[in-house]
Ligand binder design. Structure first.
Ligand code: ADP
Length: 439
């Protein structure tokens, strides 16, 4: 306010002096105009200094001035300094983020709202071959042309990552994970998982080899055990006969375990190839039903519901194995006098679903999410006593993975259990009208 008063006084002084001087010569009006003109001149002079300073390089000291103009220059200078400091701080943050992203081992690519390449780090150049600046603005599918990537990218279901061979080195495997952010932009993180995959492969090979190697001694062992067990009851004292019977039982369990381990590693090894042969599910489920009835030996009653004549495009033996595991579980865990239902139907979504349900003891909810883990058992002693290997549901899960299906488990303690295998509609093959007529 003080400066404003001073400025106003200066204006008044110029006006008064001009009027006085003009009045002295008989031209008070001219004198006032000249006084005000002088004030304007002084103001223009300061404006010119302000303009020159504004054009000067950043950091130049402001012109020295007093009064309102001095205050104005000072404030502008402080404002400019604060802006410079903030800018330097922000630039520092940006530089740090850029440096850390450059140092990252994983590739990071930012795609704009039109899926064109916006920016990427050095790892992206190394792993994906993106070049600066010529690839900037290119649609990502122009540069990553693998059909599986194009399909994954356009489908926009980014919950699960995608694994592909590197476009610059076929021997390396990359894992793509895309996260949408901001205004339809996407962040693509690409990891080199070659080492991890090799370790996984080594683990799978190891399990497969050990299982395979165990098969031969076990065959020899059971080969001798069989006649021994047959003769044991009459030729051996009861204690030894019991021992031989137990050996036979355990050898049988071991054989099942080896078979399941081999089946699992085969399913895992062939994960990327998914078979598509038309399987007559009605016939398949009937066969599994008969096997279940035989296994149950009258302890449970069975019901079979075939609600569609649709076929499934997949691998028959794998589907049979998955279904057999579920039926065998129902027989072993539901308990005596229970009802087991097998059902083949089409869901409203068009999915083909196979379900095995029982009204037995069921499973506590807290176990449900872990049931498909290898060797996970709700009741270890019960599973072993019933000949379980702990691998049955893991096999089911892998069969479904290979068929792009999903497993639903509904159960609670005392209320039975339902295991449903749902296969995508594109794997369901409905009979053509001519097939129906032929029937
Ligand atoms: P296991 O060889 O032990 O049967 P699975 O992987 O087939 O291994 O099953 C895992 C566990 O799930 C079993 O140990 C059992 O406790 C439970 N389970 C599976 N099916 C049923 C069922 N129909 N009723 C109750 N429990 C079940």
């Amino acid at each position: 306010m003080r400066h404003w008063t001073r400025e106003f006084l200066l204006l008044a002084l110029c006006g008064a002096l001009g009027t006085l001087l003009g009045g002295h010569y008989g031209h008070a009006g001219f004198g006032l105009a000249a006084g005000l003109g002088l004030y304007l001149l002084l103001t223009f002079r300061q404006l010119r200094r302000l303009y020159r300073w504004a054009k000067a390089p950043d950091g130049t000291n402001p012109p020295s001035a007093t009064g309102l103009w001095g205050e104005l220059f000072d404030r502008l200078y402080r404002y400019q300094k604060r802006e410079r400091q903030q800018q330097a701080h922000l630039q520092g943050v940006i530089d740090r983020v850029e440096r850390s992203s450059e140092a990252m081992y994983d590739a990071m690519v930012i795609l704009d709202a039109h899926a064109a390449l916006d920016s990427w780090n050095a790892a992206a150049t190394r792993m994906l071959g993106f070049e600066q600046p010529q690839d900037r603005g290119q649609h990502v599918t122009n540069l990553l042309r693998h059909p599986r990537f194009v399909h994954y990218f356009l489908a926009q279901h980014y919950d699960d990552p995608l694994e592909l061979p590197s476009p610059v080195d076929e021997s390396r495997t990359l894992q793509f994970q895309i996260t949408p952010f901001g205004d339809h932009e996407r962040l693509m993180v690409v990891r080199d998982i070659t080492r991890l995959q090799r370790l996984e492969q080594m683990r799978r090979d190891f399990v497969a080899n050990v299982s395979h190697e165990l098969r031969t001694p076990l065959t020899v062992f059971t080969g001798y055990l069989e006649p021994l067990a047959q003769a044991a009851e009459t030729a051996l004292p009861p204690r030894l006969a019991r021992g031989v019977a137990q050996m036979e039982q355990q050898a049988d369990r071991m054989r099942h375990l080896i078979d399941d381990l081999l089946m699992l590693s085969r399913l895992e090894n062939e994960q990327s190839f998914s078979p598509r042969i038309a399987v007559d599910v009605a016939a398949l489920i009937q066969q599994v039903h008969s096997d279940g009835v035989a296994l149950s030996k009258g302890r449970q009653t069975f019901e079979l519901k075939i609600e569609t004549s649709a076929e499934l495009l997949g691998a028959r033996e794998e589907l049979r194995s998955a279904l057999t595991n579920l039926v065998s579980n129902a027989v072993r865990y539901a308990g005596n006098g229970r009802r087991i239902e097998l059902r083949w139907y089409l869901a409203d979504s068009g999915e083909g679903c196979l379900s095995v349900s029982d009204d037995g003891e069921g499973i506590e909810r807290r176990h449900l999410s872990r049931l498909t883990e290898r060797f996970y058992r709700v009741d270890k002693s019960r599973s072993s006593a019933t000949g379980g290997t702990g691998l049955g549901l893991a096999i089911v899960k892998h069969v479904l993975l290979r068929h792009q299906g999903r497993l639903e488990i509904e159960s609670s303690l005392g209320r039975g259990a339902r295991f449903t295998l749902c296969f995508p509609a594109e794997r369901v093959s409905l009979p053509t009208p001519s097939d129906a007529c032929a029937d």
